[in-house]
Design a protein. Structure first.
Length: 155
C-alpha cells in the first residue's frame, strides 16, 4: 500500500530536517536521494515554499514525487519584491502589479487555478490581490476584474 507524505518545502533547498526528514525516516528510504529529486524539480521556484507530495511504497522502498505550484500569495509577493503582506490590507497597499506580472502569475499557477480560461484565472489572482492590499496597473483589483468582464483587458 502506498503512503503519501505532504509537506511545504523551500524550493531548491529542501533539507533532511522537518518536515520531510522525520516523516520519511520510518520508511527506510535514502532521504538524501529523495531530497535530491525534490530540489531538482523545485529549482525553478527557488526562494518560495512549494507543496510537495512524496508517495512511498514501503514494501519495495520506491517513491514518486509530485510538485505543486507555489501559493498565489507567494507568487504575488515575489513579483512585488516584498517579504510579507500588510497587517491591515484595507488601509495599507504593499505594491502594484503590472498586467504582465499578473499574466506571469496566471501562467505559473496554470491548471491549479479553477478558471476555464486565462481571463477567468486572472480574476482569481485579482481576488487574492484584493485581500493582500495589492493594486494592479494602479487600479483596485475589483476595477481590473470589471475591465476584464467588459473585454477592455485581455490577458
Amino acid at each position: 500500500m502506498v503512503e503519501t507524505i505532504e509537506a511545504l518545502v523551500d524550493a531548491g533547498n529542501a533539507t533532511a530536517g522537518p518536515p520531510l526528514g522525520p516523516a520519511l525516516g520510518p520508511f527506510g528510504l535514502n532521504i538524501m536521494e529523495v531530497l535530491k529529486v525534490i530540489n531538482e524539480k523545485t529549482k525553478a521556484f527557488e526562494g518560495l515554499k512549494i507543496p510537495v507530495k512524496v508517495m512511498v511504497n514501503p514494501d519495495d522502498k520506491t517513491f514518486e514525487i509530485e510538485i505543486g505550484t507555489p501559493p498565489t500569495t507567494a507568487l504575488i509577493l515575489k513579483e512585488l519584491g516584498v517579504e510579507k503582506g500588510p497587517g491591515k490590507n484595507r488601509e495599507e497597499k504593499i505594491g502594484d502589479l503590472s498586467l504582465d506580472q499578473l499574466s506571469k502569475i496566471v501562467e505559473t499557477k496554470g491548471v491549479s487555478l479553477l478558471g476555464k480560461n486565462k481571463n477567468a484565472a486572472a480574476k482569481e489572482v485579482l481576488g487574492t490581490c484584493l485581500s493582500m492590499g495589492v493594486t494592479v496597473d494602479g487600479k483596485n483589483p475589483r476595477e481590473v476584474q470589471r475591465l476584464i468582464d467588459q473585454g477592455e483587458i485581455q490577458l
